[in-house]
Every structure is written in C-alpha cells, then in structure tokens.
Design a protein around this ligand. Structure first.
Ligand code: SF4
Length: 155
C-alpha cells in the first residue's frame, strides 16, 4: 500500500504552504483554550522540509528539534517525553509550528488512504465529520509532499 501511495505522489503538484493557509489552517484554538498539550507529549509528528526551514529561520538549530527516523522521515524530537518546543504546557513556536500540528487531531491513515481522527485526543468529539472532510484533501497533499521529499533524498 505504501508503494501505491508513493506512486500516486508523483501525480500531485508540489504542495506549497501559503501564508494564508498557515494562518487559516488551525484547529488548535480550542486546545489552547483548554491548555491541553496531550498531543505534544511523546509526539511522533512528521516534518516537511518547509516546516524545518520555517522553524530554523526563527533561530533554532535543526539538530536540536528534529531527527530522521529509521524510515528516513524527519520527526520532531522529544526531550524527557515532551516535544522540544513544549514549555510549561505551551508551544513555544505556536505561530510557526509544523503543519501536521495544525491538522491534529486530523491525521492521515495511509492504509485507508483517508483522513481519520486520532482518538487519543481528549477533544476529538468536538471535530465534526464535515470539518475532517474539508481538510482531507489538504492533508493528503501534505502527506504526499513528505513522501515525495523522502523519495527525492534517496534518488
Ligand atoms: S511544535 Fe508545538 S504544537 Fe507541535 S508538538 Fe511541538 S509543542 Fe506541540
């Protein structure tokens, strides 16, 4: 299944995150209202090269906040069980946080090739099915971008 997704990746136009999308793509308002940071603990969040560049441009060293996992994807680093950027239960880079963090709790199930809700999120019931569907296409493009970036590094 992974290979079929990768093959489909070549048919997508490169997905660039525009400034507008960065501002509007945010489901996290309710999370900050409740000071919930469950998803920032032991995070497995993947990063695109744009995420890494955007965060690095704020003065952070890439080696401090991310690593390449065994499959060759970049991920956020955890320090003592929390995302490198979580301090006092708050994201220190909220305005420039990774795109995957903005989609959460909507995640992409590669096996099912569709967006799903992560039921580990305590507020998952607040996300309507319609909202998830509205974000599915952008999330699929974003996942495709990450797959494509990984392929480009091994070709
Ligand atoms: S970057 Fe911010 S929002 Fe994303 S996991 Fe880390 S602390 Fe949480």
């Amino acid at each position: 299944m992974l290979y079929s997704i990768i093959l489909k990746a070549f048919h997508y136009i490169s997905f660039e995150i525009s400034g507008d999308l960065l501002k509007t793509l945010s489901l996290g308002g309710i999370c900050t209202d409740f000071s919930c940071a469950k998803c920032c603990k032991n995070t497995n969040m993947f990063l695109s090269l744009s995420d890494i560049n955007r965060i690095s441009s704020q003065g952070f060293n890439q080696n401090d906040f991310c690593f390449k996992n065994e499959e060759g994807f970049f991920q956020l680093k955890n320090i003592s069980g929390e995302c490198f950027f979580l301090k006092n239960n708050k994201c220190q880079i909220y305005d420039v946080r990774p795109i995957g963090c903005r989609f959460y709790p909507i995640i992409f199930d590669l096996d099912k090739n569709k967006a799903v809700l992560d039921d580990e999120c305590p507020l998952v019931d607040t996300i309507a099915e319609k909202t998830m569907k509205n974000f599915e296409n952008d999330l699929r493009k974003f996942v495709t971008k990450i797959l494509k970036e990984k392929i480009n590094t091994i070709l």
